[in-house]
Design a protein around this ligand. Structure first.
Ligand code: HSE
Length: 438
């Protein structure tokens, strides 16, 4: 049977992984699909670097226009990354009536509505399994596996770099800068780690997931985003004493007609499965009204893991097209007219528990002054830890609150941080119970 032919734009880590998967597993894939899938053209600016995969002469070039206008290309894969020219490449492919596959989360989180609208207009599919959780088939799970569930919450770890750094800080000690430097030296963190450690990459991913889970468009500007740079070894230590671990957690949950969406370092009970997800692994926990909690765990990045997710999209679209069933599943999980915008809950209205590390002078009366401020703001304290009397200087006073409104907590801290006996801005880390245990 005639081969299904792919045009690949971008021959970096993920592009190389895709080519390897399609080459190395060609027989296995053909056994499952019923026809061969092959890469017809690859376009990349760098046509000389050896990626370690054999290519027939003429396959790799820098001719994107030729690729996009080639009538023999059945599907276009974009794994260039970034906003432009990736956005233009995708829109041009869609305009030409070709289905597309991308693993570009930044692009989908920011320009997704435009891209999906263009695809819906042309009646072509968009695959984006590789955009969230690398090899973890979370997009397909949400769109198909959980299609008979009302999803109540989705949360997890979707950035391997940040998880690796926090795991190393937890297991081996060391402060953020030292662990990051080491991870960069080992090639485990990017030279510019901003998107990973500042929560931006995670925000792109939760915006995509929340969109699918709740059938709502979401603006990245509405997501509360905090990274892990400010986490200190002392906080990891206190978390441990409190029976918790600190993870860079993404979370989206429905609260009435609103959506609580955030990316932030979060304390979760060490007994929760998410706490056991270490190193560069990703995990996504979904709570459906019928299925209850489910968790998917796996490699969130890497050439072959992400390449295999991209290949799975190519396979799905090829199967659908060859059986005349393109457009079988709505691009964003819900039929376009049934997507209902949910308001993102203002950050001041978030309700959760809080870990607060207040840096205070160690002298009589301080605890009672601070407790009085909490009381005036109706914040209830669950646990207090104050250890280590220093000869002079300051000591950490740690408080774990019961559930409170974030606006009330911020007002309380404004007052506390102005006290003479308080010597540094208070560290705040949100605490989640993890939506029920599995
Ligand atoms: N840089 C990401 C991570 C993988 O560290 O998980 C690609 O999204």
């Amino acid at each position: 049977m005639k081969a299904f032919q792919v045009g690949l734009i971008g021959f970096g880590t993920v592009g190389t992984g895709l080519v390897r998967v399609l080459q190395e597993d060609a027989c296995e894939i053909e056994r499952r699909v019923g026809f061969p899938i092959r890469v017809r053209r690859i376009a990349d600016l760098d046509t000389t670097r050896d990626r370690g995969v054999p290519l027939e002469p003429g396959v790799l070039s820098n001719d994107v226009d030729g690729l996009l206008s080639d009538p023999e290309v059945d599907l276009v894969v974009e794994v260039v990354g970034g906003y432009e020219p990736a956005r233009t490449f995708l829109l041009r492919a869609i305009e030409a009536g070709k289905p597309v596959v991308t693993s570009n989360k930044a692009l989908l989180a920011v320009h997704g509505e435009e891209i999906f609208a263009a695809a819906a207009k042309q009646g072509v599919d968009v695959g984006f399994e590789g955009a969230v959780g690398g090899a973890i088939p979370i997009i397909r799970a949400v769109k198909e596996g959980f299609s008979a569930n009302i999803i109540e919450a989705v949360f997890g770890i979707v950035n391997g770099t940040a998880n690796y750094i926090l795991t190393r800080m937890t297991d081996d000690g060391g402060d953020f800068d030292a662990v990051l430097k080491e991870a960069q030296a080992q090639g485990l963190a990017e030279a510019d780690p901003t998107f990973d450690v500042d929560g931006i990459d995670s925000a792109h991913k939760i915006a995509i997931l929340a969109n699918l889970c709740f059938g709502t468009p979401l603006r990245i500007e509405d997501v509360l985003i905090e990274g892990i740079r400010r986490i200190k070894p002392v906080d990891i230590d206190f978390a441990r004493q409190l029976g918790h671990r600190i993870k860079l957690l993404v979370l989206a949950k429905r609260v009435g007609e609103e959506l609580d969406v955030r990316v932030c370092p979060t304390m979760i009970p060490e007994t929760h499965l998410i706490s056991q997800v270490n190193g560069s692994y990703n995990a996504i926990y979904i709570k459906g009204d019928k299925a209850d909690p489910n968790m998917l765990i796996g490699r969130g990045a890497g050439s072959l893991p992400t390449g295999s997710a991209v290949a799975a999209d190519v396979i799905e679209i090829a199967r659908n097209l060859r059986s005349g069933k393109g457009g079988r599943v709505p691009l964003l999980s819900y039929t376009p007219n049934a997507r209902i915008p949910l308001r993102v809950r203002p950050h001041s209205e978030i309700v959760t528990s809080y870990y607060l590390r207040i840096t205070v002078e160690d002298r009589p009366g301080v605890l009672s002054t601070i407790s009085g401020i909490f009381e005036r703001h109706s914040i209830s304290i669950q646990t207090v830890i104050q250890k280590g009397r220093r000869e002079k200087g300051h000591v950490p006073l740690v408080m774990l609150t019961h559930e409170a409104r974030e606006g009330d907590i911020q007002d309380t801290l404004k007052e506390i941080d102005c006290l003479d006996v308080v010597n540094a801005p208070t560290m705040l880390i949100r605490v989640e119970s993890g939506e029920g245990q599995m």
